[in-house]
Write a new protein. Structure first.
Lengths: 167, 161
C-alpha cells in the first residue's frame, strides 16, 4: 500500500459564527501545507486573510482575477485568500498552497486559487483567479490564523481544513 | 486521513458517451478529479455537459481565460475541450476540486483547464463553479451533445479525508 502523502492536520467546521479561525502547533515535518477555506458571511461581507504566527503586518500579494466581464490584477500589503470578499448569499472557496512552511532560511511563498460565487444563483460579486503572496519572515510557520479585515464573522457551516503534503 | 484514489476511468477503443462516477461515499471532506480528455466530433471543440447527482441545472460560474494573446472573463458554465480537428494525440487537461462535497451548503468547485493544441486556439482557463444545491454529491457525470469521449481519455477521482 502506498504511503499517504496528503494528510489532514486540522479541520474546523463552524457550528456558530466566528470572526477568525486559528490552527496552532502545526506539525513541522511536512514539506508544504494546503489550506482549504470554504465559507460565507454571517451578516455582512467577509474576506479571508492569513496571519502566519499571528503576523498581520508583513504580507504582500499580487492577484489576477476575472469578474465575469473583465480580467484585472492588483496588489495588496497582506496575505489574501480572497479577492473582494463574500456575503451571506455568496461562497468563497480558497485553496492556498504554502510552500516550504517550516524553512527558516527564506521568506514563505503562498499560491492561492480563489473562487467567489453566488450561492443563490445570482451573478453579482463573483470572481475567480489566483493570488501569489509572500510572508516577509524567515520564521517557520507554527500557527495560521484566518481572519477578515471587515470585522464581521464567518457563518456557521463554513469549513476550514489544513493538510500537510509529505516531503 | 489521506488522499485516496476512488476510481480511474479510462476510455477504451470506440470511445464512450459519458464518464460517470456513481455511489460516491460521503466519508471524505473534499473530492479531487483529474481529467485528460478529447472529443471525437469533427470540430475544434465541444462542451462537456456536467451533471451533479444526475442534474445539469442550478449551476453558476465565473471564468478567467488566457488565450496566449489576451486575458478575458465571462460567466459561462460550460467547459469546452478539444475535439477531432485539433492536433492529433493532444488532449485537454482539467483539474476539479470539490470542497465540502458532503456538506449541507451549496457546493463550490474550483476548476483549472488547459488545452494542448499544437497550433492556434489553445486556452488556459480558471473557473469558479457553484452548484446551488445543498444535497451531498453522490454522483458526477460528464457527457457531450455531440461526439463521444475519445479513446485514451482518462478521469481519476480522489477523496481527501
Amino acid at each position: 500500500m502506498a504511503t499517504p502523502t496528503y494528510d489532514l492536520l486540522a479541520s474546523t467546521t463552524l457550528t456558530s459564527s466566528a470572526s477568525s479561525v486559528t490552527f496552532s502547533s502545526i506539525d513541522q515535518t511536512y514539506g508544504d501545507l494546503i489550506l482549504v477555506v470554504d465559507g460565507f458571511a454571517a451578516s455582512q461581507s467577509v474576506n479571508f486573510l492569513l496571519a502566519p504566527n499571528g503576523d498581520k503586518i508583513n504580507g504582500s500579494s499580487v492577484a489576477a482575477y476575472g469578474s465575469g466581464s473583465s480580467a484585472a490584477s492588483y496588489t495588496t500589503s497582506r496575505i489574501d485568500v480572497s479577492f473582494f470578499g463574500v456575503s451571506t448569499t455568496s461562497v468563497g472557496l480558497g485553496v492556498a498552497q504554502i510552500m516550504d512552511y517550516s524553512a527558516t532560511d527564506k521568506h514563505t511563498s503562498f499560491l492561492s486559487r480563489v473562487n467567489e460565487t453566488e450561492a443563490a444563483g445570482g451573478s453579482s460579486s463573483t470572481s475567480t483567479g489566483m493570488i501569489a503572496s509572500r510572508w516577509a519572515s524567515t520564521a517557520a510557520i507554527t500557527s495560521l490564523e484566518i481572519y477578515s479585515s471587515t470585522a464581521y464573522s464567518y457563518a456557521a457551516g463554513s469549513t476550514f481544513n489544513l493538510y500537510g503534503v509529505a516531503k | 486521513m489521506t488522499m485516496t484514489l476512488v476510481e480511474t476511468v479510462t476510455v477504451g477503443s470506440g470511445g464512450a458517451a459519458s464518464i460517470e462516477f456513481t455511489g460516491i461515499a460521503g466519508d471524505g471532506k473534499d473530492l479531487m478529479l483529474k481529467m485528460s480528455g478529447r472529443n471525437t466530433y469533427a470540430a475544434a471543440d465541444r462542451s462537456i455537459i456536467m451533471s451533479f447527482n444526475g442534474s445539469t441545472a442550478d449551476k453558476t460560474a465565473v471564468n478567467l481565460k488566457g488565450s496566449g494573446s489576451a486575458a478575458s472573463s465571462d460567466t459561462g458554465t460550460s467547459l469546452s475541450i478539444q475535439a477531432a480537428t485539433t492536433t492529433a494525440n493532444t488532449f485537454t487537461v482539467i483539474d476539479f476540486y470539490f470542497s465540502n462535497y458532503s456538506g449541507n451548503t451549496s457546493k463550490s468547485v474550483s476548476i483549472e483547464q488547459a488545452t494542448e493544441n499544437n497550433a492556434t486556439a489553445a486556452e488556459a482557463l480558471l473557473m469558479a463553479l457553484n452548484w446551488n444545491q445543498t444535497a451531498a454529491i453522490t454522483s458526477l457525470g460528464f457527457s457531450f451533445g455531440d461526439g463521444n469521449w475519445a479513446e485514451h481519455s482518462t478521469a481519476s477521482l480522489y477523496s481527501i479525508s
